[in-house]
Design a protein around this ligand. Structure first.
Ligand SMILES: Cc1cc2nc3c(=O)[nH]c(=O)nc-3n(C[C@H](O)[C@H](O)[C@H](O)COP(=O)(O)OP(=O)(O)OC[C@H]3O[C@@H](n4cnc5c(N)ncnc54)[C@H](O)[C@@H]3O)c2cc1C
Length: 354
C-alpha cells in the first residue's frame, strides 16, 4: 500500500493536445526531457527557459514553472497558461496544448564522435569548422538544425549546421563559429582546435528548420553567424528548386564588411537563383568597409521594407536581442502569424546568467 502510494507520487501523466499523445514524467524531470525521451517531436532550442521555442499552453492540471525569468515568461503570459516545457515540471496529471513538430522523419538524435577535418578563418573573428563524422553515421538532419558539442565538466555549446542536408545522410558538416571574448569554448577550445582533433557532439537538435511542406514566401533574417543555418536552408531550397514557387528573401547583417564573411556566396545566389533577393546590411560601417549598401540593424531593414508579412514565414537567427526585437515587431506591427515565426537565438553564458 505504502509502496503503491509512493510509486504514484513518482510520476505524472502528461497529455498533449491536439495529438492526444501521452507520456509519464518522473518527479524532478522537465516535461520537455520526458517527452523527448518518450520519442515525441517536441519543439525546443536553448533548453534554458529563454528562447520560447518550447512554449506550450497549460489546459488542465498544476505545474511548477521552473526557473524562468519574468522577462521570458511574464505573469501575464502565465495567466494565459503559457509554459516553457524545458523548465516546467508537472505537479499533477496535466494536459497541454503543444505544436508538435512535423517534417523530421528519419532525423534521429545521437551522441556522435567526430574529427575536425578543417578549420579556417573567414573573418578575424569567424572560424569555419568542418567536422568529419564516422563513415557509417550518415547523419540525417533538417536544414537549420544545430548540434551541441559535449565538452569537459559537462559543458555544452550549440552550433548551427551551415552545410546542407542530404536524403542519404551526411558524413561531413560545416559550422560557422564567432569568437566571443572571454568565452569558454571560443576562447579556450576553438583557439587551440586543429585538424584531426577528436570531438563529440549530440545532434541534430532543435525546431528551427525549414518547413519544406509550406508554400509561404520565405523571409530569412540573420545576424552575424546567424547566417550559418540560413545558408543550409538556402542551399537546400536551391538544390530542390523550391524557390521556383516560393520566393525567398535573405537579410544578412553584421557590424562591418568583414562580418559578412561569405558575401560572395550570397551575392552569387542573388545573380543565379530565381525568386531570390539578398539584402546585406551593416550596422557600423567604417570608411575601410567602402560600403554603399544598406545600413542600420538588419531586422529593422526587413521591417521597413516589408509592410505586410501576413502571408510570409520568417526564419530569424542570431543574437537574442535581435531575435526578440524581430519577433515582437514582425508579429505585432507587420501581421506575421505567431506560428510562422521560427527562430534560433544564439544564447551565450552571459545571456543565460542575465
Ligand atoms: C541553438 C543555438 C545555436 C547556436 N549556433 C551558433 C552558431 O552557429 N555560431 C555561433 O557563433 N554561435 C552559435 N551559438 C552560440 C554558441 O552556442 C555559444 O554560446 C557562443 O559561441 C559562446 O560560447 P563560449 O563558450 O565561447 O562563450 P561563453 O562561455 O558562453 O561566454 C560568453 C560571454 O559571456 C561571458 N560570461 C560567461 N559566464 C558569465 C556569467 N556567469 N555572467 C556574465 N557573463 C558571463 C563570457 O565572458 C563571454 O564574454 C548558438 C547558440 C544556440 C543556443
Amino acid at each position: 500500500m505504502f509502496l503503491q502510494g509512493w510509486m504514484e507520487r513518482m510520476s505524472h501523466t502528461v497529455r498533449l493536445e491536439p495529438s492526444g499523445h501521452t507520456f509519464e514524467v518522473a518527479d524532478g524531470v522537465s516535461i520537455l526531457a520526458a517527452g523527448l525521451e518518450a520519442g515525441f517531436a517536441l519543439p525546443f532550442s536553448c533548453r534554458q527557459g529563454v528562447c520560447r521555442s518550447c512554449r506550450g499552453t497549460l489546459l488542465e492540471g498544476e505545474i511548477d514553472y521552473g526557473e524562468v525569468h519574468p522577462a521570458y515568461l511574464s505573469e501575464a503570459d502565465r495567466a494565459k497558461g503559457a509554459v516553457h516545457l524545458c523548465q516546467a515540471k508537472p505537479l499533477s496529471d496535466v494536459t497541454l496544448q503543444v505544436r508538435e513538430l512535423e517534417g523530421l522523419a528519419g532525423v534521429r538524435v545521437a551522441k556522435i564522435p567526430c574529427r575536425v577535418a578543417e578549420i579556417t578563418k573567414a573573418a578575424p573573428d569567424v572560424s569555419i569548422v568542418k567536422l568529419r563524422l564516422p563513415l557509417n553515421e550518415n547523419m540525417m538532419f533538417a536544414a537549420g538544425q544545430h548540434i551541441e558539442f559535449l565538452l569537459p565538466d559537462e559543458k555544452r555549446r550549440n552550433y548551427s549546421i551551415a552545410s546542407k542536408p542530404s536524403i542519404e545522410g551526411v558524413t561531413q558538416i560545416e559550422l560557422h563559429i564567432r569568437h566571443i571574448p572571454g568565452g569558454y569554448f571560443t576562447e579556450n577550445v576553438l583557439s587551440k582546435m586543429k585538424a584531426r582533433d577528436l570531438m563529440r557532439f549530440e545532434g541534430p537538435l532543435g525546431s528551427f528548420y525549414l518547413r519544406t511542406d509550406s508554400q509561404k514566401p520565405v523571409l530569412m533574417v540573420g545576424g552575424s553567424t546567424g547566417f550559418a543555418p540560413l545558408k543550409s536552408m538556402c542551399e537546400q531550397i536551391f538544390e530542390r528548386g523550391l524557390n521556383e514557387t516560393r520566393p525567398v528573401t535573405l537579410y544578412w547583417g553584421a557590424r562591418t564588411r568583414e562580418g559578412l564573411y561569405m558575401l560572395d556566396i550570397a551575392e552569387e545566389w542573388a545573380l543565379s537563383q530565381k525568386n531570390f533577393r539578398f539584402v546585406p546590411v551593416l550596422s557600423e560601417p567604417t570608411p575601410a568597409c567602402n560600403w554603399s549598401g544598406r545600413t542600420g540593424l538588419v531586422h529593422e531593414a526587413a521591417f521597413s521594407d516589408i509592410p505586410d508579412m501576413s502571408a510570409m514565414e520568417a526564419y530569424v537567427c542570431g543574437p537574442s536581442v535581435m531575435v526578440e526585437a524581430a519577433r515582437s515587431s514582425f508579429i505585432e506591427q507587420r501581421s506575421l502569424a505567431e506560428d510562422a515565426f521560427y527562430a534560433d537565438a544564439f544564447l551565450t553564458a552571459a545571456d543565460t546568467a542575465a
